[in-house]
Design a protein around this ligand. Structure first.
Ligand SMILES: Cc1ncc(COP(=O)(O)O)c(C=O)c1O
Length: 378
């Protein structure tokens, strides 16, 4: 047995879309990116979407688009991937780490309130593992304090929370299509916003500041009615080379069609995990999973015997992980650490278990049987 922790689920449909991009001989920023952006906006219920080459790039651009004064503070959870905090540092701002809610492991809203100071300009809720941060409570609080809200949606894609898709509650939502995520383009990301000014700004910033679509330019150039200004573009903002390309978008369009089925499959696997671990003493679900209403990118457990259990699962060919070492404990972020005591200790009890769209019920049973066996002898 060799059970992977994460695995992209890609096949003939994606290959066919790539073939079509090859046939068009247009594999850079082009019509497939535009189509994917339109389909993603429709899927998420946002007014507009912008394709980029990663969620890291999306977070960088999202923060940059607000032009906060250098040295301002940004609130974010300590329990997240480095990219959430790196994006703050890229913008020469100060990360303020917030502890985790002991039950959901999302932002602890009481600690958020305690950490707020008047130089805080934004908050980045991370829907950890795919579990919703209570945006209905966070948004009024953030607005009352004059803060922008950038949702880190790397672990969610399509979950609706109280009538709105996660990612469309804040000012900007940032999704990831890296290979371990709910759907993938190899590497890639998407930003959504309802604000036309932010949209225009970010669209230029993701492509070295150029605010015109080069596919349309080329169309005009090759059309009968060629405009002698076809070569012209204007750069009025500092941008980055962060655009998505047509190859990634082609894969994304095929994946988006499969996303509801892939999410439903993950939910079935989580339900099977939950049913099986309910009977294992000393092993609890990582958080209060609601697989019938949310799509989860990760599944995991909490246990006092995590090291022993991980070693036992490894020896049976089962990959495990820990998401994450809280960022305040990482040397890079340590200068801003030391203020999240709950998660700094609690993460030692976390084990991430295999979850992906091709996982089978037999594999889940193999994993849970192994957990029961190792736990009984721990
Ligand atoms: C919470 C979180 N935010 C951001 C990212 C960055 O995503 P990407 O790999 O698309 O840059 C990740 C990736 O793992 C993540 O888990």
């Amino acid at each position: 047995m060799n059970i992977r922790l994460f695995k992209p689920s890609v096949g003939e449909e994606e290959l066919e879309m790539i073939r079509q991009a090859f046939d068009r001989s247009w594999i850079g920023l082009g019509p497939m990116v535009t189509r994917f952006e339109e389909e993603w906006a429709a899927y998420s219920g946002a007014r507009a979407a912008i394709g980029v080459n990663s969620a890291t790039a999306a977070l960088h651009l999202a923060i940059a688009s607000f032009r906060f004064p250098e040295g301002s503070r940004v609130l974010l959870p300590a329990l997240t991937f480095a990219a959430t905090a790196s994006a703050v540092l890229y913008n020469r701002l100060i990360p303020v780490f917030v502890d985790s809610d002991p039950v959901t492991l999302g932002l602890d809203l009481d600690d958020l309130e305690r950490k707020f100071t008047k130089d805080c300009v934004a908050v980045i809720p991370v829907h950890y593992a795919g579990h919703p941060v209570p945006m209905d409570r966070l948004m009024p609080w953030a607005r009352a304090h004059g803060m922008k809200v950038i949702e880190d949606c790397a672990h969610t894609a399509g979950t609706r929370y109280k009538g709105r898709t996660l990612g469309t509650w804040g000012d900007i939502g940032c999704y990831s299509f890296e290979e371990k995520k709910l759907m993938t383009t190899g590497d890639g990301g998407m930003m959504v916003t309802d604000d036309p000014d932010l949209f225009k700004e970010v669209k230029a910033m993701r492509w070295v500041g150029i605010d015109k679509d080069n596919w349309r330019t080329a169309q005009r150039y090759t059309g009968t009615d060629a405009d002698t200004m076809h070569w012209f573009y204007e750069i009025s903002v500092l941008g980055w080379k962060y655009n998505m390309n047509d190859l990634a978008a082609s894969i994304g369009l095929a994946q988006l069609k499969k996303l509801p089925a892939m999410n439903a499959h993950r939910s079935r696997m989580i339900r099977a995990y939950l049913d099986a671990i309910a009977g294992i003493p000393g092993v609890d679900p990582l958080l209060p999973f609601e697989p019938e209403t949310c799509a989860y990118q990760m599944f995991g457990i909490r246990t006092d015997r995590s090291a022993r259990l991980m070693a036992g699962l490894k020896s049976r060919g089962i990959a495990t992980g820990r998401h994450y070492t809280p960022l305040g404990l990482q040397p890079l972020f340590a200068p801003w650490g030391g203020t999240t005591p709950f998660v700094d200790k609690e993460h030692e009890r976390f084990i991430t278990l295999p979850l992906h769209a091709d996982l089978t019920l037999e594999e889940v049973r193999y994993v849970t049987d192994a957990i029961a066996e190792v736990a009984a002898h721990a």
